[in-house]
Design a protein. Structure first.
Ligand SMILES: [Zn+2]
Length: 307
């Protein structure tokens, strides 16, 4: 059977764009050499699960790992939830990463310390070939990485994966004290964990966290608009740590960040749209402007207004 060249190209390119399941994970290609790996599959899909009548039957707050494969090295950003619902999780992750990176050296970076982004560490912790590129301040008092194979990021730093893939780490505190974003230089992609939220709302756990977050949003916008950083803001795509939470938004873009900046000004002015929520005793209010939501605390927001 002979394929028309255009049809063949179509088959190859659509093949590239198709999600693929490996055990409990689903691999979503982003661009050649960059993929999103979600700890969800058709048997346990992302987010709130419903039956045919619409009744809630389950929930998978899956998170995302991002694998960046350069010419010489590869970087895996984040390690998802610790999967208990599929016995093949460790072996599946090892094999899918191994298949994608071949003989390249593997580095692992983490956006922040929360357990839903470090859960699959057992798949790589004891592998002597793996190096951890870690914002060590984030893990003070909760050291989980093998010290002899941990390279501290130390402020802002970069990692050259070869073949034009350079990853730049930039601190984005607020959600946690040392949350870190990873820009893939020249590709207009940034991986932010929970540092900016994933569309549903960035969770801010204290007044100090909010003060940090205000500075983070301003600093990120400045970073993106500094020509030397080589970012085309009209093409920038932000990949959060819980991709499914972006809901109906097609993708998170520069507009999301600009809306965050406006939202912070609106909170200060008392004009932000507010929605009462109950994510525990502290996280009681969603503040909303445009595409941006900050999940925070009503009383601390009032104090911020009065400052
Ligand atoms: Zn988090």
């Amino acid at each position: 059977m002979k394929f028309h060249p255009v049809l063949l190209l179509l088959l190859v390119t659509t093949g590239l764009a198709q999600p693929r399941e490996v055990g409990p994970f689903t691999v979503h290609p982003i661009i050649p050499g960059v993929m999103r790996i979600e700890d969800a599959n058709r048997s346990n899909p992302a987010g709130i699960q419903r039956d045919a009548q619409g009744a809630v039957t389950g929930f998978n707050n899956c998170s995302d790992m991002y694998l960046l494969v350069g010419r010489e090295r590869a970087l895996l950003i984040d390690l998802s939830n610790a999967i208990k619902w599929d016995d093949s999780a460790v072996a599946s992750l090892q094999s899918l990463v191994g298949e994608a990176i071949g003989a390249r050296k593997l580095h692992i970076a983490i956006t922040h310390y929360h357990g839903d982004h470090t859960g699959m560490l057992p798949a790589f912790r004891d592998n002597p070939a793996v190096t951890f590129w870690i914002q060590t301040d984030e893990f003070k008092g909760r050291e989980i990485f093998p010290p002899e194979r941990t390279v501290p990021i130390g402020g802002d730093s970069s990692l050259d994966l070869g073949g034009g893939f350079v990853v730049e780490a930039l601190k984005i505190p607020g959600h946690t004290d040392h949350s870190t974003a990873y820009f893939l230089r020249g590709k207009n992609l940034v991986f932010t964990g929970d540092g900016l939220g994933s569309g549903n709302g960035v969770w801010i756990f204290s007044a100090e966290g909010f003060a940090q977050y205000r500075r983070t949003v301003d600093r990120l916008i400045t970073h993106i608009r500094t020509p030397a950083n080589g970012i085309d803001e009209s093409r920038l795509v932000i990949f959060g740590g819980h991709h499914w939470q972006k809901r109906e938004k097609e993708k998170l873009t520069m507009q999301y960040l600009l809306d965050m900046q406006k939202l912070i000004a609106d909170i200060k002015a008392g004009t932000a749209r507010e929605e009462r929520v109950t994510f525990g005793p502290y996280l009681n209010t969603n503040f909303i402007s445009g595409e941006a939501t900050i999940t925070w605390n009503k009383a601390d927001a009032e104090k911020f207004r009065a400052e």
